[in-house]
Design a protein around this ligand. Sequence first.
Ligand code: MRU
Length: 358
Amino acid sequence: MLRHKKLKDRGKSVNRSKDLLTVRWENNQVIMIDQTKLPAKLVYVKYRKYEDVARAIERLVVRGAPAIGVAAAFGMSLAAISSKAKNKNSLLKDLKIAYERLRSTRPTAVNLVWALDQIMKVASSKNDLEEMKKSIVLSSLNMATEDISTNKKLGQNGAEMIHNHDVILTHCNAGSLATVAYGTALGVLRAASDMGKNIRVVATETRPVMQGSRLTAFELDHYGIDFSLIPDTAVGHIMSSGLIKRVIVGADRVLKTGHVYNKIGTYQVAALAKRHDIPFYVAAPSSTFDLTSKVSDVIIEERNKNELMKMGNKLLAPRGIKVFNPAFDVTPPELITGIITEKGIIKPPYEDSISKIF
Ligand code: MRU
């Protein structure tokens, strides 16, 4: 049986009440937590070129749907201020090149293209070059601020349905590190904990990139929320023991039908939750909803086979074998109890409730 030990303050110099600020803009630079270095080191990287931001998104220095959206918007700000264009059309041309490069980094999370589209819209609406550049930077800053306030609202909405002494399972990382600062699924848990609810969390390790063990465990430890880490393969076992009272995960894209794209393994967790009558919730801000695509339109990212083949330099499987490494899966609406947004909790039938709320 899973036992939860109260976290001890290990006397680290981190301020536990302080938000982890995942991505920000300062002195015409984008500053991010380098998530590839977590949990060993909390280090920040600075970028002055949009190309470096694009590479950072590809390398998972920054990851999580809302965080890559804001990072890409800041990338557009870098492209705007470094452009040598002398008129609106040539600035728009430079921006379009940056747009395409940033958009090509990761295909599944819709927040990326949502953020890039917002920036292009703002740029096209101005005529004066300086005004265009200023409004792009301002829009990306607003997007970052709004990401925090939206997720706080979403967190409050979700926290209302958490009961005292609930044990909640989460998969992947949908926390501060996946957003600008507050988190979506973990934002709900933080808000519940701040309301004085006594909660415990079970976090899956989330193979093969280990967002659960490297990032969610780091965050929950940072915020002083009681949790245990489990292998992905223990989800069914733990659910069958009756310990888990609800599941909350984030999302990379939600369709108008209620289909939810999230980290690979989410579908398995949802199917097992259904099998054990455990409510399965998704936490997603408006920027994660894609009201135009169909399931057949969405590209599920396939990542490098080395994520499965190697752990550091150690070989985990025979060289030369075939590998399939999808980064996301789709959870169908019939497995989802509710979708928590900043506008309220959306319930099935999703076609109706999503179109009403938007
Ligand atoms: O590949 P990643 O780490 O970018 O995948 C992240 C997830 O799947 C998260 O659960 C999702 O982006 C929600 S973030 C609030």
